[in-house]
Design a protein around this ligand. Structure first.
Ligand code: GDP
Ligand code: ZN
Length: 463
């Protein structure tokens, strides 16, 4: 059942989405400073004076990547619109930058605000009286309806069709529950109803999980598939990186790594955006300085969506090669036998046996053989076999939709937990209704009244 979240920390885009050069993400609540401080490189926001605007960089703390250049307003309670601590991040406008900033805020401790919720807080915290609040709400509603329309227009037709279907499914089961609750004298009916709810919750959940997965792929399309180039020293890692970079006619950005040990480059290979990470080589070492580089490489491997593991075919397989084959076993990987222009010292079928199903490719980077096949193979893995991929699935990239989908998914978890704990069906039904409601917010059809009307029109006949 819903937790009381009246006074948790909320956030929303407070400028019209997609317009203008600057967007503002507003955060309100006792954790507002803490949330923002994790994401800003620059001044320590907990130390700056109230009602100041501060220059800094927005970073993604999980990758330390700089996302945007921002101005951050800090306004401490109680002299603020909500009477709570308020932080406003002014980031670059445009859908992607704004969404990304909002997503970072939402994944670091804030909850997506409902339309009008900042004003509701101002009212609840005694800053506005009811008539003032209502006036502001009307204004907001007019604005929200407009941006709602924009959001609806952006809605992928497939997404909205799928959501509508899921909602209809939920509605059918809710209606059935409603009917069954009227016959409490039959225990068997209660049991049947629970079973029905459980099956429905599970099937809807499958769809939501797939949609949330697709949101991840949306992220891949924006950020690049994290691809680690791994291999012991001298196998040709840097040569491969340079070749791929040289092939690409449209390099988006070049980001030099923070140390000489790891270099990151963005490159488009056969339509797949890759964030290539050339590592210093993962291996045992006693040397202190080298250890740092090795640790970084291990991190790169952990974070990788795809591994390109290079072996030198002109040398016999070493213990280090074997260790790397083992270390990368859990990752989607392509194993590359490089330097095939030189006399071979490696038995390809032996390597294939060690790597199981993973593709094995022969290349000579100096002769430029096998490089085109590598591109084709990466595209195949991404688009057809789906490293992280869900081709044919609906794709979700909008932060608001992602937030609502994961909340709807949580409501289903509640349903399933409640059923497993033997909770009465009419209580479980509340969470199922909440799921229906949240999904409706995505398509803009969420009205409790509609639910009541539909239930009524379907089942009042003959009663
Ligand atoms: P890294 O240490 O793994 O980054 O390896 P490098 O890319 O620096 O390459 C090490 C050496 O191997 C360089 O002299 C390259 O020119 C050479 N090399 C790279 N690929 C090939 C190849 O396919 N054939 C031959 N013969 N030499 C190569
Ligand atoms: Zn190198």
């Amino acid at each position: 059942i819903v937790a009381n979240s009246e006074f948790d920390t909320i956030a929303a885009i407070s400028t019209p989405v997609g317009e203008g050069g600057i967007s503002i993400i507003r955060i309100s609540g006792s954790a507002a400073l803490a949330v923002a401080n994790q994401l800003i490189k620059g001044p320590d926001l907990t130390q700056v004076a109230s009602h100041t605007i501060n220059y800094g960089h927005l970073i993604d703390p999980t990758t330390a990547e700089e996302v945007d250049e921002v101005m951050v307003s800090v306004m401490l309670a109680p002299r603020t619109y909500t009477k709570e601590d308020v932080v406003e991040i002014n980031c670059h406008g445009g859908l992607l930058a704004t969404n990304r900033t909002l997503q970072l805020v939402l994944s670091h401790g804030a909850r997506l605000a409902e339309p009008g919720e900042f004003t509701k807080r101002a009212f609840l915290n005694g800053r506005l009286d009811l008539s003032q609040a209502e006036a502001v709400m009307d204004l907001i509603r007019a604005k929200t309806d407009q941006s709602m329309q924009v959001a609806l227009n952006q809605l992928d037709g497939d997404l909205s069709r799928l959501i509508k279907r899921l909602r209809q499914d939920i509605l059918d089961v809710l209606a059935q529950v409603e009917v069954n609750i009227d016959y409490p004298e039959y225990d068997a009916v209660e049991e049947m109803t629970s079973q029905m709810l459980k099956e429905k919750a599970q099937s809807v959940k499958q769809h939501l999980v797939a949609l949330l997965q697709s949101a991840k792929q949306g992220k891949v399309l924006r950020d690049g598939l994290a691809t680690a180039i791994i291999g012991r020293p001298n196998v040709g890692k840097s040569s491969l990186l340079n070749t791929l970079l040289h092939e690409d006619k449209a390099i988006v950005t070049n980001v030099a790594g923070t140390t000489r040990d790891v270099i990151e480059e963005y490159v488009n290979v056969n339509g797949v955006p890759l964030r290539l990470i050339d590592t210093a080589g993962i291996r045992q070492t006693d040397d202190q300085v080298e250890k740092i580089g090795v640790a970084r490489s291990k991190q790169a491997l952990d974070a990788a969506d795809l591994v390109l593991l290079l072996l030198d075919s002109s040398r016999e397989l070493t213990g280090e090669d074997r260790a790397l084959i083992e270390a990368t076993a859990a990752k989607p990987r392509i194993v590359i036998l490089n330097k095939t222009d030189l006399p071979s010292q490696i038995d390809a079928s032996q390597v294939q046996a060690m790597i199981g199903d993973a593709p094995l490719l022969k290349t000579s980077i100096t002769d430029h053989t096998g490089v085109d096949q590598l591109g084709a193979l990466i595209a195949h893995l991404f688009f057809e076999q789906g490293i992280e991929s869900h081709q044919g699935e609906v794709m979700v990239t909008n932060a608001r939709h992602i937030g609502l989908l994961s909340q709807a998914n949580e409501a289903l978890d509640e349903v399933l937990r409640g059923l497993a704990a033997g909770m009465p069906v009419d209580l479980v039904q509340i969470d199922m209704t909440r799921c229906w409601d949240l999904l409706g917010e995505i398509t803009g059809d969420s009205y409790q009244d509609e639910l009541l009307d539909q239930l009524f029109s379907q089942f009042c006949l003959g009663k």
